[in-house]
Ligand binder design. Structure first.
Ligand code: KIV
Length: 282
């Protein structure tokens, strides 16, 4: 294990000190390395891999095998950051045995430190059983993309006192079940703050205001290489997509004009050897 490996107790200490926790998604080795080198505390191999890097319309189609494959690659790129594997839709919803079996695969086969599951009271027993089986579990409340259609689509959650209370109740139940951390997505900022204050475990927000214990963003949104719609909560820190586009256009143009490869990219053969070759061919 890496020196200074970030674990649950590190994150709990950060929460106690009021030091914000950083989380970012990664789906492959190079982005994992970039996140680790930048000093990100926790890396999430999100099921957002489905729409972000696999080209599915949403997260629902992603399979266990796909996310295990991505998690293994990310694991090879991080040593210090806590690595969280996201359990795909229907990989923990069928039975507790199924959840433990699949959660265990993330830890044993892919090198994840913890797994994330979405949902409130209906996953509490599952979370408890997974924790008892030795699998560190991260919860996910607010907007839960895997069940977005039953929440009325990609809408801010917890905007009424009743729905905010339900989210708090679910969060406390998950904490009681032993989850080590909670991702809170798309809720009003004051609810993000309230949950962070009421819970002992760290609350990592995405679209949940700036008073949560930490923040998570999708890597490709953050660096500006995501395709399609960008939610209001995203801050784009760079336009890497634009830079990549310019580089690829220049490459195409250089190949067409034979400016690439230039002499410095080529390999030589001694004159006498080439003459011998030509003679042999004559
Ligand atoms: O799948 C994902 O990327 C996520 C984060 C946005 C929290 O669940």
């Amino acid at each position: 294990m890496a020196k200074n490996k970030i674990d649950q107790s590190t994150l709990n200490k950060m929460k106690k000190k009021g030091e914000p926790i950083t989380m970012v998604t990664a789906y492959d080795y190079p982005t994992a390395r970039i996140a680790e080198q930048a000093g990100v505390d926790t890396v999430l191999v999100g099921d957002s891999a489905g729409n972000v890097v696999l080209g599915y319309p949403d997260t629902l189609a992603v399979t266990m095998d796909e996310l295990l494959h991505h998690t293994k690659a990310v694991h090879r790129g991080v040593s210090k950051a806590m690595l969280i594997g996201d359990m795909p839709f229907m990989s923990y919803n069928v039975s507790i045995q199924q959840a433990i079996g699949n959660g265990g695969r993330f830890i044993k086969e892919a090198g994840a430190d913890a797994v994330k599951i979405e949902g409130g009271d209906w996953v509490v027993d599952t979370a408890r059983a997974m924790v008892k089986a030795g699998i560190p579990v991260v919860g996910h409340l607010g907007l839960t993309p895997q069940t977005a259609s039953s929440l009325g689509g990609y809408k801010v959650q917890g905007r009424t006192a009743e729905s905010a209370r339900r989210i708090l109740r679910d969060a406390l139940a998950l904490q009681d079940a032993g989850v080590i951390m909670l991702v809170l997505e798309l809720v009003p900022d004051r609810l993000g703050e309230l949950l962070s204050k009421r819970l002992e475990i760290p609350v990592i927000g995405i679209g949940a205001g700036n008073k949560t214990d930490g923040q998570v963003l999708v890597f490709h949104d953050l660096v500006g290489i995501a395709a399609g719609f960008q939610p209001k909560f995203v801050k784009q820190y760079a336009q890497v997509g634009k830079i990549m586009n310019e580089a690829l256009s220049q490459y195409c143009s250089d190949v067409k004009s034979r400016e690439f490869p230039a002499p410095e990219h080529c390999f030589s053969i001694p004159d006498e050897e080439f003459e011998l070759l030509e003679k042999a061919l004559d």
